[in-house]
Design a protein around this ligand. Structure first.
Ligand code: CO
Ligand code: CO
Length: 358
């Protein structure tokens, strides 16, 4: 089990244990993904000797089975039970890994448990080593999520988008995605016209009209694994400047994709995209990194930016998504999911990248 791999890393790196709240790390390690725990503390305690034990609300008694677990009921103090688990594991001091996304109130309550002298470190220090290199079966699940993104794009090309509000189109993307997959990997971005200059525009009331470039950025989930795609489409013939920008972004994305191979650094891929856009004179309008790792989280290691020192290896998966954003005019972004397989980049998302004029 993957939990054994983590325990080995905990030992090798001289940590005493780990406290892991629900999220993609807990899922990766145990297959457990308790739904909507909210404020009710749920915690996997791991110690370097190899023991592990879950503390969970009794609401999950029917769904968490065949796992060492102590349940607590509403009205009980779960931290008394946690203190008992820590005592059993003789965890009272030392270097403890904390799930990066743990709620601050849980951590503050843990810090108040008496007579403990912990030094805290982020769990991602070790988890990134495990999760960055995907197993073939993980890549296969990502391919399914990517195919859903492609299919949704085809559905959109067959829809009449003219006059639709951005938020209506976002809802349409969400419905198509949910029909074909386990759900969306993040809230879709629909940015039309001048709104396209904002890379993370929240879809609003603006209606799509002739001459718009529209950025569509969305993704689906399949068995926990995410896809993340961006296509930019035109409604009627857009401003010539935007057509020129489109071709620059498309070339930057293609070159960056082709640069992907095992043995180079993440920042080399970024430099390829950035160099292409810079040479065309739009360098200052490419305002974000070229991509991000993708897997159970829609943003994870390795990050493909100017500071990306990670050496790419087989099994790594990430996005390649350069963009150009010109205030007052609009923007273009093209994003694919790419996995390193047999030393080369392989696109998982394959939807048409030519400029589509609807
Ligand atoms: Co995206
Ligand atoms: Co992305």
């Amino acid at each position: 089990m993957r939990i054994e791999q983590l325990i080995r890393l905990i030992r090798e790196n001289d940590f005493n244990g780990a406290l892991i709240s629900p999220g993609t790390n807990l899922y990766y390690l145990t297959g457990l993904y308790p739904n909507e725990v909210g404020e009710r503390i749920t915690l996997l305690v791991i110690n370097a000797d190899g023991g592990y034990h879950l503390l969970a609300p009794s609401l999950y008694e029917s769904t968490i089975q065949d796992f060492p677990v102590t349940f607590w009921r509403d009205g009980e103090n779960p931290y008394e039970k946690l203190a008992w688990i820590l005592a059993e594991f003789e965890l009272s001091s030392g270097r403890i890994l904390i799930e990066d996304t743990m709620r601050a109130d849980w951590l503050m309550n843990i810090m108040k448990l008496g007579n403990r002298n912990f030094e805290f470190y982020p769990l991602s220090l070790l988890m990134r080593k495990l999760r960055m290199r995907k197993e073939p079966k993980e890549i296969r699940l990502m391919e399914v999520a990517a195919k859903v993104a492609d299919r949704v794009f085809e559905e959109l090309l067959g829809s009449d988008l003219l006059g639709m509000r951005e938020k209506e189109l976002a809802l349409k993307i969400e419905m198509f995605s949910r029909e074909l997959s386990d759900g969306i990997s993040f809230k879709p971005i629909v940015a039309s016209g001048e709104n396209g200059a904002d890379p993370h525009h929240a879809p609003g009331d603006r209606r799509l009209r002739k001459g718009d470039m529209v950025i569509l950025d969305y993704g689906a989930k399949w068995k926990g694994y995410c896809s993340d795609i961006t296509r930019t489409v035109a409604l009627g013939r857009p401003d010539e400047k935007l057509v020129e920008i489109y071709e620059i972004v498309r070339e930057a994305q293609e070159r960056a994709y082709k640069a992907v191979r095992a043995g180079i650094k993440a920042k080399d891929v970024d430099a390829t995209a950035r160099g292409t856009i810079g040479k065309a004179g739009y360098g200052k309008y490419f305002t974000h990194r070229t991509g991000h790792g993708l897997g159970l989280d829609v943003h994870e290691d390795p990050y493909i930016g100017p500071d990306g020192e990670v050496v790419l290896e087989n099994g790594m998966a990430f996005t390649v998504e350069p963009g150009i954003y010109v205030p007052g005019l609009g923007g273009v972004r093209i994003e694919d999911d790419v996995a390193v397989i047999d030393g080369r980049g392989k696109r998982l998302t394959r939807a048409n990248r030519e400029l589509v004029v609807l």
